[in-house]
Design a protein around this ligand. Sequence first.
Ligand code: HEC
Length: 148
Amino acid sequence: MADFFTKGAARNIYYGGSVFFILVFLGLTLNTVQQLPKRDHRENITESVEKGKLLWEENNCIGCHTLLGEGAYFAPELGNVFYRRGGGDSASFHAFLQGWMAAQPIPVEGRRKMPQFNLSEEQVKNLADFLEWTAKVNTEKWPPNIEG
Ligand code: HEC
C-alpha cells in the first residue's frame, strides 16, 4: 500500500464518511417531516375517508393492488383511479365504484379476477372517499401516468 494511504487516513475516511452520510440522512429525514404536512392535505381526512382506509386494510385490497406504488402487482395501481375512472369528479367516481364493486367477479375467461366483497353502498362510498383523498395527495406526479 502506498505511504500516503496510512491506517490514520483509512480511519479518517471511515469516520468522516460515516458522519457525513449520517448528517445527509438526518437532513433528508427532517426535510421529509417538514414536507409531509404540506402535501398530504390531512385537513380533508373526514370520518368517511378513515372508514375507507380501514375497509381497504380489512379487505386486503393491497394484496392485489398497489396504492402509490406500495403493494402487490397483480392488479392495477389505484393511487390515481379517481382520475382514471372518475375524471376527477366525485359523483362520477362514486357511481363508477358502486358499479365496479357490484359487478365483481367479471366472468371473462382468461382475465384476472377481482373477488366479490359484498360491501354495502355506504362502505363502497367510504372506499371511494378514501381513494379520492389518496389521489389528491401531492406525490410529485406519482404514478407517472393516468393508467398507473
Ligand atoms: C384477489 C385480487 C384482488 C383484490 C383482493 C382486490 N382487487 Fe381490485 N382488481 C383486481 C383485478 C384483477 C382488477 C382488474 C380487473 C379487470 O380489469 O377486469 C381489479 C380492478 C379494480 C378496480 C378498477 C381499476 C381500474 O383501473 O379500472 C378498482 C377500483 C378496484 N379493483 C378496487 C379494489 C378494492 C377497493 C379492493 C378492496 C376492497 C380490491 N380492489 C381488492 C383484483 C383484486
